[in-house]
Write a protein that binds this ligand. Structure first.
Ligand SMILES: *[C@@H]1O[C@H](CO)[C@@H](O)[C@H](O)[C@H]1NC(C)=O
Ligand SMILES: *[C@@H]1O[C@H](CO)[C@@H](O)[C@H](O)[C@H]1NC(C)=O
Ligand SMILES: *[C@@H]1O[C@H](CO)[C@@H](O)[C@H](O)[C@H]1NC(C)=O
Ligand SMILES: *[C@@H]1O[C@H](CO)[C@@H](O)[C@H](O)[C@H]1NC(C)=O
Ligand SMILES: *[C@@H]1O[C@H](CO)[C@@H](O)[C@H](O)[C@H]1NC(C)=O
Length: 682
C-alpha cells in the first residue's frame, strides 16, 4: 500500500481538501490517510446500515426537483481534482472524442476488493483497455484519499512490464463521491442494478455472548460452477478446519473453512459430500478475497451448495474455538452503482452486468463503445433508407409486422443491409427481456411465390440489455424483394418478454471503383432447412440436382446456420458441429463452429457488435451465434465447382456432424436452425 509522507506537499493539499469537506458537515469520520480504517476488525464495528437509508431518502427529495438522468441522456461537462491534477470532461480541443468509464470504488464490497486485488484483473485492464477509452476512478468512502493512492499503486504495479501509455488514460480522484458536487453522485445513487455491479453482499454472524451481530462483506463463488443459493434463513456455523477432507459434523450447517492446502473446488466438494448446507472460506490473514472458481476438469462437475469467501473474523473464530453457538445468515444491502459509462457520442450508458470480478468487463464495454461509434459512421454514409419498424413492440405469435413500398430503380442497387436494433420497454436494462432468443425476419413480396415469408435476417436477443444495434449485409438475398411492396415480419418465440424493434433497409449501389461491372444477384434457389439434431438428422437430406441458368456469371452458396438446445454433449448450442455442402460429389464446402463451448468465444466478438456484459453466460462461444448479435450469412463462391454449361445438372447434398460424426444423442436432442440458398449472379 502506498503511504504518503506527511512531509509531502500532496499530503497537505489533500488534508486541506478533505478538511474543507468535513467543515461543510458532509463527513462524519476523519479520513484516515493510512487507509487502514477498514481493517478486518473495524469493518463490522464501523458498519452503519443506516447510511443507505439516508442516501435513498435524500435521493427522493432530489428527484422531486430535477428529473434524473437516464441512459442515453447527454453527460454534462464536469471537472474533478485528481492525484495528478484535474480531469476535465469533455477534453478541450475538439477532435475525436473517446469513451469514458467512471468507477466508484468502495472497499465495503467484497466483489470490488477482489476485482482490485487479482493480478489477472488488474493486468487485464492495463493490457486491453481500448485506445479510445479513459477511466476515472473514484471512491465512495471517507478513505477516498488513500483509496485513490492505492488504486493508482495497484494499476501502476500491474503496468510495470507493459506499455505505459495506458496510464495517461487512467485518472484517480481523491475527492469522495459524496463530495463531488456534480451530476455523478446522482447517477450513481439512482441507477439501480442487480448482481455484482452494485449492492453489498454480506454475511451476518450472531452468537449468544454478543450484543451485536458481526457483519462482514462476502464474495460468493461464481455462479456458473456452483448451483446453490443462500437461503433467507439462519444457518448454524461449524468449524471444519481447512475443509479439504469430509467432516460429518457439518451436516446441515455452514462449514467455516480456511483458505489453502487444497483447491476451492475440493473444499466445497468435500463439504457438500458431508451434507453441509453451504461453505464459508475465510482468507488467510493479509490475503484478499478471491474469485472462487473451478479449474479445468473440476468445472465439469457442478456442485449443488452455495459458497462464499470472507475475511477471517477473529470474534467468530474465537467463539467457535470456545464451542459457542454461532449462526450465520446472508444479506444484500443496496448501494450506489459502481460504474457509469459515457460513449463516444457523449451519452450516458449503463455498464451491464459483471459476471465475475475482473476489469475485463470494463474493456468489453469500452470495446463496444468503439464498435458503436464506428457503426454510427457507417450509418451516416449515403444510402437509400427504407424504414420498416420504428420502435415497434415485438411480442407474441404475431411479432412485429409492416408492409412497405420499396424504392423505384431497385435494380440499380446491388447492396442491401439490414440496420436492426432491439431496445427495451424502459430506458434501463432492468426493463429488458430475459433470455437469449432467436429473432427472425421474414419477407413476403409476391404472395403467390414459394419465396413468400422466406427468412431474410436472424439475430439473437441480448439477455437483459437494450443497446444492441447491428448492420447485416444480405445483398445476395436481394432477389427475394421481387415486387414493389413487401411485408416484413420480425418475431421471436411467443412467450418471450417484449422487445422494441427498429429496422431500416439500407440500399446502396456498391461500386467497386475500378470501373469493373459489378455482378448482381438475379435469382435465389432455396436449399435445405435444419431440424432435430439426432441420429436421423442426415437421413432427411436428399441430393438436389440443378442446372445453372444461361448467362450466369457466378454462383454462391449462402447459409445461415445456428445450433440450439442441449443434449448430453451440449449440442447444438455448446458443442462443435460442422456443416457440409458437398457439390458434385467432390467439393466439400465446410462450416465448422469451433468456438462453440469456449470460455470467451462470444466475448471475442464484442468488437463486431456482440452486446457485452449481458446477464447469463453471454461470454461462452456458441454454435454459430452469440447473445446480442446478428447471425451473419455464410457465403462461399462455388462457381468453379459447377458445370456452368447450363445443360448438365449439378448435384448438391448437405450433412451436419457433431465432432466429425453423425449426431447420436442419448437424450434431449438439440436442433439446427438453417436457411440455405444458391445465389445466381449475372
Ligand atoms: C479492504 O478491506 C480489507 C479487509 O476488509 C483490508 O484488508 C484491505 O486492506 C482493504 N483495502 C483497502 C485499499 O482499504
Ligand atoms: C441458529 O440456526 C439454527 C439452525 O438453522 C436455528 O434453528 C436457530 O433458530 C438459529 N438461532 C438463532 C438465534 O438465529
Ligand atoms: C448425507 O445425507 C445422505 C442422505 O440423507 C446420507 O445418506 C449420508 O449418510 C449423509 N452423509 C454424511 C457424511 O452425513
Ligand atoms: C461492397 O463491395 C465490397 C467489395 O465487393 C464488399 O466487400 C462489401 O461488403 C460490399 N458492401 C456492401 C454493403 O454490400
Ligand atoms: C467433408 O469434410 C468433413 C470434415 O472436414 C469430413 O468429415 C467429411 O467426411 C467430408 N465428406 C466428404 C464426402 O468428403
Amino acid at each position: 500500500m502506498a503511504l504518503l509522507s506527511p512531509k509531502s506537499p500532496l499530503f497537505w493539499f489533500l488534508v486541506a481538501h478533505v478538511t474543507l469537506i468535513e467543515a461543510a458537515g458532509r463527513q462524519k469520520r476523519r479520513t484516515d490517510l493510512t487507509g487502514d480504517n477498514l481493517g478486518p476488525d473495524s469493518f463490522s464495528s464501523h458498519y452503519e446500515p443506516l447510511d443507505n437509508t439516508v442516501t435513498l431518502r435524500s435521493r427522493r427529495n432530489h428527484h422531486a426537483e430535477t428529473p434524473g438522468l437516464e441512459p442515453g441522456d447527454a453527460a454534462a461537462a464536469f471537472r474533478v481534482s485528481t492525484l495528478d491534477g484535474e480531469f476535465v470532461y469533455p477534453a478541450g480541443g475538439g477532435g475525436a472524442r473517446g469513451s469514458l468509464i467512471i468507477h466508484a470504488f468502495t472497499n465495503k464490497s467484497g466483489f470490488l476488493e477482489s476485482m482490485w486485488s487479482s493480478d489477472a484483473s488488474l493486468s487485464g485492464l492495463v493490457q486491453d483497455l481500448p485506445d479510445s477509452a479513459q477511466v476515472l476512478f473514484l471512491s465512495q468512502d471517507d478513505s477516498a484519499v488513500s483509496d485513490a493512492l492505492w488504486m493508482r499503486e495497484q494499476l501502476h504495479r500491474a503496468a510495470v512490464h507493459r506499455k505505459k501509455e495506458v496510464l495517461s488514460r487512467l485518472h484517480f480522484s481523491p475527492v469522495p463521491v459524496f463530495a463531488l458536487g456534480n451530476w455523478i453522485p446522482s447517477v450513481l445513487y439512482s441507477w439501480s442494478c442487480t448482481g455484482h455491479n452494485c449492492g453489498l453482499s454480506q454475511a451476518v454472524f450472531t452468537c449468544q455472548g454478543w450484543n451485536m451481530p458481526v457483519i462482514v462483506k462476502r464474495l460468493d463463488a461464481r455462479y456458473d460452477w456452483l448451483m446453490g443459493r443462500w437461503g433467507q434463513r439462519s444457518y448454524r456455523l461449524v468449524d471444519a478446519g481447512d475443509g479439504c477432507d469430509p467432516s460429518p459434523s457439518v451436516a446441515g450447517a455452514v462449514a467455516w473453512v480456511s483458505e489453502g492446502r487444497c483447491s476451492f473446488f475440493t473444499k466445497v466438494q468435500s463439504m457438500a459430500k458431508s451434507n453441509a448446507s453451504g461453505v464459508l472460506v475465510y482468507a488467510l490473514p493479509g490475503n484478499s478475497l478471491q474469485d472462487m472458481n473451478c479449474v479445468g476438469e473440476e468445472c465439469s462437475s457442478p456442485l449443488g451448495v452455495p459458497a462464499a469467501m470472507v475475511h477471517l473474523e477473529p470474534s467468530v473464530a474465537q467463539a467457535l474455538r470456545f464451542e459457542q453457538l454461532v449462526n450465520v445468515s446472508f444479506q444484500n444491502t443496496p448501494s450506489p452503482n459502481f460504474f457509469i459509462g459515457i460513449d463516444q457520442q457523449g451519452a450516458l450508458a449503463e455498464m451491464g452486468w459483471f459476471l465475475y470480478p475482473t476489469f475485463r468487463f470494463i474493456n468489453w464495454q469500452a470495446q463496444w463503445f468503439e464498435f458503436y461509434a464506428d457503426l454510427q459512421t457507417r450509418l451516416r454514409s449515403p444510402a437509400q433508407v427504407v424504414s420498416v419498424f420504428d420502435k415497434v413492440q415485438m411480442q407474441g405469435d404475431r411479432g412485429a409486422v409492416a408492409t412497405v413500398d420499396l424504392p423505384l430503380g431497385l435494380l440499380d442497387l446491388d447492396s442491401l443491409e439490414l440496420d436492426a436494433s432491439l431496445s427495451c420497454p424502459g430506458r434501463r436494462d432492468l426493463s429488458c427481456a430475459h433470455w437469449d432468443h432467436t429473432v427472425q425476419l421474414f419477407v413476403c413480396c409476391d404472395h403467390f411465390s414459394t419465396y413468400c415469408n422466406t427468412e431474410l435476417g436472424r439475430w439473437i436477443t441480448a439477455f437483459r440489455r437494450g443497446t444492441g444495434r447491428w448492420l447485416t449485409d444480405v445483398s445476395p438475398l436481394l432477389p427475394l424483394l421481387n415486387s414493389g411492396k413487401c411485408t416484413f415480419t420480425m418475431k421471436t418465440v411467443p412467450w418471450a418478454m417484449p422487445w422494441v424493434v427498429s429496422l431500416n433497409l439500407r440500399f446502396t449501389a456498391n461500386q467497386t471503383g475500378n470501373g469493373a461491372v459489378k455482378l448482381r444477384p438475379f435469382m435465389v434457389m432455396s436449399l435445405y432447412s435444419g431440424g432435430t439434431f439426432d441420429k436421423n438428422y442426415n437421413k432427411r437430406y436428399q441430393p438436389i440436382k440443378f442446372p445453372v441458368p444461361a448467362s450466369t456469371k457466378k454462383v454462391e452458396l449462402l447459409a445461415v446456420i445456428t445450433g440450439h438446445g442441449s443434449d448430453e454433449n451440449g449440442c447444438g448450442e455448446f458443442c462443435v458441429t460442422s456443416h457440409h455442402f458437398l457439390i458434385n460429389g467432390v467439393f466439400n464446402n465446410t462450416r465448422i463452429f469451433d468456438s462453440a463451448g469456449t470460455a470467451l468465444g462470444c466475448a471475442m466478438r464484442v468488437k463486431e457488435g456482440a452486446v457485452p456484459n449481458e446477464h447469463g453466460t453471454w461470454l461462452y462461444g456458441r454454435g454459430g451465434w452469440c447473445d446480442g448479435l446478428q447471425v451473419n450469412p455464410w457465403t462461399i463462391d462455388i462457381t468453379r465447382q459447377l458445370d456452368m454449361s447450363g445443360y448438365e445438372a449439378n448435384t448438391l447434398v448437405y450433412f451436419g456432424l457433431f465432432d466429425g460424426r453423425d449426431p447420436s444423442p442419448a437424450r434431449d436432442p438439440g436442433y439446427i436452425t438453417m436457411s440455405s440458398f444458391l445465389v445466381f449472379y449475372k
